[in-house]
Design a protein around this ligand. Structure first.
Ligand code: ADP
Ligand code: MG
Length: 199
């Protein structure tokens, strides 16, 4: 097991799944669910380019809609905020976001190499700063941007810095380890599709 696999197994939150049914909504009628995480459900729009994401985490909602959200090649393209479509059993509002369709990171690609390098370094930082408790991830991410490992450079490093600034400004936490939080675009670009959570 590689360090990033071990990190995912120990710190990833991917085995917790949002349990609510998809709310009835005209924009979701007939769409197929293709992904589900701890706070979201993703439905295929059938055109190969876009998905509808039902988002219950305010952290995700800020990331996709705030005027000062991080943008650039490593963040998902958001086409529309379709507003509130219900309330989740966890108490949060359900927002409907139309965004670009992304893909699992294919093994042995540059995106996979960058993702593994940054997950390994982030995991090492989490272990180093574990005594900080809930601040561990934020500090680990900040230190990663200050002293990036080989393989985390250029536009990926710029994106990590923008993410770290966003996380500080919105008082949310990073989650770079859960399965599916880092994805890739059809052209092979690494995308931080779901890199934050609230608590
Ligand atoms: N833009 C997308 N295109 C296609 N599948 C996606 C997209 N975003 C997320 N997914 C899939 O849905 C799953 C849950 O999405 P995620 O963004 O991790 O939600 P959560 O906030 O619940 O963790 C992911 O693991 C991934 O498989
Ligand atoms: Mg996720």
């Amino acid at each position: 097991m590689s360090p990033s696999d071990r990190a995912r197994a120990r710190f990833g939150r991917a085995d917790l799944l949002f349990a609510d049914p998809v709310p009835r909504h005209p924009r979701l009628d007939g769409l197929t669910e293709i992904g589900r995480g701890e706070y979201s459900v993703v439905l295929d729009m059938g055109d190969g380019a876009r998905v509808m994401k039902v988002v219950s985490s305010p952290a995700d909602y800020f990331l996709y809609t705030a005027d000062d959200r991080p943008q650039g090649p490593h963040f998902p393209v958001v086409f529309a905020d379709h507003g509130v479509i219900g309330r989740a059993s966890n108490g949060y509002l359900l927002h409907l976001i139309e965004m670009e369709r992304l893909h699992p990171i294919a093994a042995h690609t540059p995106a996979a190499q960058a993702a593994n390098a940054l997950m390994d370094a982030y995991w090492a930082g989490c272990r180093k700063w574990a005594a900080l408790g809930p601040e561990m991830g934020r500090v680990a991410l900040f230190n990663l941007t200050e002293a990036p490992p080989a393989g985390v450079a250029g536009s990926v490093l710029d994106a990590l810095r923008a993410l770290s600034d966003f996380i500080d400004a919105y008082q949310v936490r990073p989650d770079l380890l859960s399965e599916g939080n880092l994805m890739m675009r059809g052209d092979g670009t690494l995308v931080f599709s779901d890199p934050v959570f609230l608590c």
